[in-house]
Design a protein around this ligand. Structure first.
Ligand SMILES: C[S@@+](CC[C@H](N)C(=O)[O-])C[C@H]1O[C@@H](n2cnc3c(N)ncnc32)[C@H](O)[C@@H]1O
Length: 305
């Protein structure tokens, strides 16, 4: 497991506000066409006759995608802004504001549970979220869970090298964005951003700059979490944007110099495209951003069911 921080002077709850206010639902939906691992698993495993819940749906790209295909899907997220936007986008969607650790539905309410990029954000681990998934699913129900992974590159390119590279890019971006407001302030903040994490902690600046963002789990760790929560593993795949030559989420996240300079949404430059194609042709596990796992609930049916 690798523990990731994000650099900001705001508390973690703002991470999602920052994310969703910077994007549009239309941009999010574009990913469904190039993100084949989850799409293929949803279409292959989930049934239109069963109720499905996406826990931590954010801007709801998969809720919209599956709803349009005729699936009975409910999206839940505790980010009020995202849920309001989703309701404005399409008032026929089933979406609710709520905490995925305490979903207000009885036991065995759903045949499918989707979690894309959510359970890694609990600093205490994914156990409570997966326990809630198990409670909500009927016997034999399916959980499809994706988390950022420790791919082969991330095993080698670890802290402190990754930290040093991130600090350098972070420092440059502070300098560029703060220069016009206050040259001395920008220089001070940029220099401080270069300090190693441990020194920043000593200087008392840790809370101002670094916040827990997520864990990255190995394939085995994710599978074991699901097994501990009462699931058997049906299938596990690497997860990235494999249906586009222009996107590579894992490389985009870890190597800022491979990003297309303007725009988000994980577009990589020519060098990034080349590296991505070579690595993926050897093995999709080398640079994938995430791992996605299908688990089947081993809950026993009671005679009444
Ligand atoms: C990385 S986003 C993923 C969004 C969506 N699943 C997707 O694939 O586009 C994580 C989402 O989880 C939500 N989230 C985190 N903790 C939550 C909690 N305890 N209850 C409900 N939603 C939560 C955040 O608000 C955010 O929208």
């Amino acid at each position: 497991m690798q523990r990731e921080f994000y650099f900001d002077n705001k508390p973690q709850c703002d991470m999602w506000d920052n994310m969703w206010t910077a994007r549009t639902i239309e941009q999010e939906l574009e990913a469904c066409d190039i993100e084949s691992p989850p799409r293929d698993l949803f279409l292959g495993y989930l049934s239109k006759d069963e109720r499905i819940v996406e826990a931590g749906c954010g801007f709801g790209k998969w809720v919209i995608y599956l709803h349009r295909l005729g699936y009975n899907i409910l999206g839940i997220d505790n980010n009020e802004f995202a849920i309001t936007k989703l309701k404005e986008f399409d008032d026929t969607l089933q979406v609710e504001a709520g905490d995925i650790l305490d979903i207000p539905y009885p036991d065995n309410s759903f045949g499918g549970y989707i979690s894309m990029g959510v359970v890694e954000h609990f600093e205490e681990g994914p156990h409570a979220a997966l326990k809630e998934a198990y409670r909500l699913l009927k016997p034999g129900g399916l959980a499809i869970v994706s988390v950022p992974t420790v791919n082969m590159i991330r095993m080698i390119y670890r802290r402190p090298i990754r930290n040093a590279v991130k600090s350098l890019f972070g420092s440059l971006s502070i300098l560029v964005s703060g220069w016009s407001k206050s040259k001395s302030g920008a220089l001070y903040d940029a220099a401080e951003r270069l300090l190693p994490e441990r020194l920043r902690l000593l200087s008392g600046k840790e809370n101002r700059y670094y916040h827990f963002a997520e864990y990255r789990y190995t394939r085995t760790e994710l599978e074991n979490f699901l097994i501990q929560a009462g699931f058997e593993i049906v299938e596990t795949r690497p997860h990235d944007f494999y249906d586009s030559k222009n996107h590579a989420v894992g490389l985009w996240v870890d190597f800022p110099f491979l990003r297309v300079i303007r725009g988000t949404n994980f577009r990589v430059n020519i060098l990034g495209r080349l590296i991505s194609q070579v690595l993926d042709s050897i093995s999709p596990w080398i640079a994938c951003s995430s791992v996605i796992c299908v688990g089947r609930s081993l809950k026993k049916s009671t005679p009444a069911e």
